[in-house]
Design a protein around this ligand. Structure first.
Ligand code: SF4
Ligand code: FES
Length: 315
């Protein structure tokens, strides 16, 4: 038992407390943003500004094992050191997508990030700005240590430092919780559900009052991987064009559109392609392919973008 506590990790957490009167209308902005957008949810440019409030970086040093996840560490902090720290999670094993943040500047999930993979020695971490993006050079954030945090002593070995910030591209709500409603709104606008003309099933006695949607394995293979998307927002947080959703519906919405366009049972493929054949749709994708690098569900998002763009143009 004593050995389990011989290693520590230090978390630098970008914290944010919104000004109460601004929290309702707050939305993020994009350097590519147009004044209005069919995907902007009707929000004005001023309404989509980054929320205002107090920002600072807080340091926590806690006992941890290399195999622990960053989520484990945050739960330890919340339970033993600082109940005010806010973060979001649900399933705890990479299935719900609710805990996407920027770890060392890279969008990923808290619950699947092991300390051994992310802890860096001090001085080797990239600087992460208020928007959650990485920069070379020194930041000027206020640094404070939480009261009661345990400093590593001669008997403990530090596994390193991990920097945590809310998911880039989305307005922060509090601490590590980002407002992902812009992404969910865009996915919803593209009707992410099957629209099929069913055929009445047939039994030995004849037709029965139930629809069946038959599909060959090869047809399933065309969209099966896409159906694994958990709407975590990691691809959107990686996309330099998305940045809040004003100028681009974003890779996650296009993955959901592509999932149904490629489904042989769906009867609305042409309408779905019309819906994304817009300046804010496939035309806005710049093929940067940053979206592909960290999808926790193994979707090659950049390749899917490429294919859906080609399909829309060929139609
Ligand atoms: S495509 Fe991957 S990274 Fe993007 S929202 Fe879906 S699961 Fe997350
Ligand atoms: S908590 Fe559900 S994916 Fe991480």
């Amino acid at each position: 038992m004593a050995e389990a506590n011989t290693t520590t990790v230090t978390l630098h957490v970008h914290r944010f407390t919104p000004r109460a009167e601004r929290a309702e209308n707050a939305r993020g902005g994009s350097p590519f943003a147009r004044k209005s957008s069919p995907f902007g949810g009707g929000a004005s440019a001023s309404a989509r500004r980054r929320p205002r409030g107090r920002q600072w970086v807080q340091e926590y040093t806690i006992p941890a094992r290399p195999e622990d996840t960053v989520l484990d560490c945050l739960l330890t902090i919340k339970r033993t050191l600082d109940p005010t720290l806010a973060f979001r999670y649900s399933c705890g094993h990479g299935m719900c997508g609710s805990d996407a943040v920027a770890i060392n500047g890279t969008p990923t999930l808290l619950c699947t990030a092991a300390i051994r993979d992310w802890a860096k020695q001090p001085g080797t971490l990239p600087q992460v700005d208020d928007e959650g993006f990485r920069h070379v050079g020194n930041g000027d954030d206020e640094n404070t240590s939480v009261e009661g945090a345990q400093a590593a002593d001669a008997k403990t070995q530090s596994l390193g430092v991990i920097e945590l910030a809310p998911l880039p591209g989305f307005p922060p709500q509090r601490d590590l919780i980002a407002d992902i409603d812009p992404m969910l709104d865009q996915i919803r606008k593209l009707t992410p559900y099957l629209q099929a003309d069913g055929v009445l099933a047939t039994t030995a006695e004849g037709k029965v009052d139930a629809f069946e949607y038959l599909q060959h394995p090869e047809q399933l293979a065309k969209y099966e991987t896409l159906s694994n998307c958990i709407a975590c927002g990691v691809c959107e947080g990686s996309c330099p064009v998305f940045a809040g959703g004003d100028a681009f519906i974003g890779p996650a919405a296009l993955v959901w559109a592509s999932r149904f366009i490629n489904d042989s049972r769906d009867s609305k493929a042409m309408e779905r392609m019309d819906a994304i054949d817009t300046a804010d749709g496939v035309a806005a994708c710049q093929s940067v392919r940053a979206c592909s690098r960290h999808c926790p569900r193994g979707i090659d998002v950049g390749e899917e973008m490429w294919q859906i763009v080609a399909k829309v143009r060929e139609r």
